[in-house]
Design a protein around this ligand. Structure first.
Ligand SMILES: CC(C)(COP(=O)(O)OP(=O)(O)OC[C@H]1O[C@@H](n2cnc3c(N)ncnc32)[C@H](O)[C@@H]1OP(=O)(O)O)[C@@H](O)C(=O)NCCC(=O)NCCS
Length: 196
């Protein structure tokens, strides 16, 4: 049942930034099946990212660049340190147990709202790895970390378009609860909080 009107609904429309540098989790977050590590400045990571940007589902449901090439992916990866240092976003590559394996997906936090101590999670899984729990595991691991020390968020939000049932199922499996539909943007807002 949707819990309309609860704090921190609706989500922030402003890319406020956290207000201080976001430290990447060290050692990398893992649950024994997936590992969340920083994007690496390698051609292999850039090729994986560009490949994902060219997937129709990822292009439809997430923000991808107008030119989803390996060169643009390499530039985006090289900007991750600045995005974290300025408090704008934490972008993590998802691999299997061995973080040196090829990238299977991505999970990240953005739209930090320091006043309400919330941020939004986004995720994708490369087509070849779908349906094996990659996104649900990675999203749950990142949200649990963000709700604890050192970040200590009061809530991790997610927006989901009503026509994206795979994403809704992922959020539910990752422990998120639907808050309701944000009428302005017609997206469903989900929350993971310390109290569940
Ligand atoms: C949504 C997406 C991330 C799911 O990734 P995934 O790694 O395949 O998801 P998981 O294997 O962890 O599955 C999680 C849940 O979603 C369900 N699911 C996965 N794909 C599904 C589909 N196409 N239709 C319906 N449910 C689906 C799984 O059955 C599972 O539900 P369950 O726990 O009830 O069995 C992936 O399809 C994707 O990258 N889509 C494009 C990008 C996107 O939509 N991102 C989310 C918006 S930010």
């Amino acid at each position: 049942m949707a819990r309309k009107g609860h704090f921190p609904f609706p989500p922030s429309e402003v890319e406020a930034g956290w207000g201080s540098p976001l430290s990447l989790p060290e050692p990398p977050l893992a649950d024994g099946i997936v590992t969340l590590r920083p994007w690496a400045p390698t051609w292999s990571d850039a090729a994986a990212l560009a490949g994902a940007w060219n997937d129709p589902d990822i292009a439809r449901w997430t923000g991808v660049p107008a030119e989803p090439t390996v060169a643009v992916a390499a530039r985006w990866i090289s900007g991750r340190v600045a995005r974290a240092a300025s408090g704008l976003a934490l972008d993590l590559a998802v691999t299997g147990l061995d973080s040196a394996e090829p990238v299977r997906g991505e999970v990240g936090l953005a739209r930090f709202d320091p006043a309400r101590r919330v941020a939004e999670v986004g995720f994708w899984t490369a087509p070849a790895w779908r349906g094996r729990g990659v996104a649900a595991r990675a999203t749950a691991v990142l949200a649990q970390w963000a709700l604890g020390s050192p970040l200590g968020l009061a809530g991790v939000l997610a927006r989901n378009h009503p026509n994206n049932p795979a994403s809704a199922a992922t959020l539910r499996r990752a422990g998120f609860t639907p808050l309701g539909r944000a009428s302005a943007s017609n997206v469903d807002v989900w929350l993971s909080s310390p109290s569940g």
